[in-house]
Design a protein around this ligand. Structure first.
Ligand code: SF4
Ligand code: SF4
Length: 83
């Protein structure tokens, strides 16, 4: 019997194909932003860009809430995901 040992990455750079937001329960909403960039620094997915305000790529946000926890002005609110 032939099988792969462990988790094998057969195609490099394929993580963008996996939209990891499908199992999100809570969703961060940016309501107030001073553009300090802390949320982007702490987001483990690296999917927050600072533009006119913090902009979250919801295709890859897992809803962990770290951004909301770290925001110094409490400008990110976690709300229930609706599908
Ligand atoms: S941490 Fe808060 S204030 Fe800072 S960029 Fe993110 S949302 Fe804006
Ligand atoms: S909830 Fe987690 S994954 Fe989503 S933007 Fe905030 S820190 Fe990143």
């Amino acid at each position: 019997m032939k099988y792969n040992v462990g988790a094998t990455i057969e195609e490099p750079g394929n993580s963008t194909l996996n939209k990891t937001s499908s199992w999100r329960v809570l969703k961060p909403l940016v309501e107030n932003c001073t553009k300090c960039g802390l949320c982007a620094t702490f987001c483990p997915e690296g999917i927050i860009q600072i533009k006119e305000k913090a902009v979250i790529d919801y295709d890859y946000c897992k809803g962990c809430g770290i951004c909301a926890e770290e925001c110094p002005v409490k400008g990110i609110k976690m709300v229930m995901e609706t599908k």
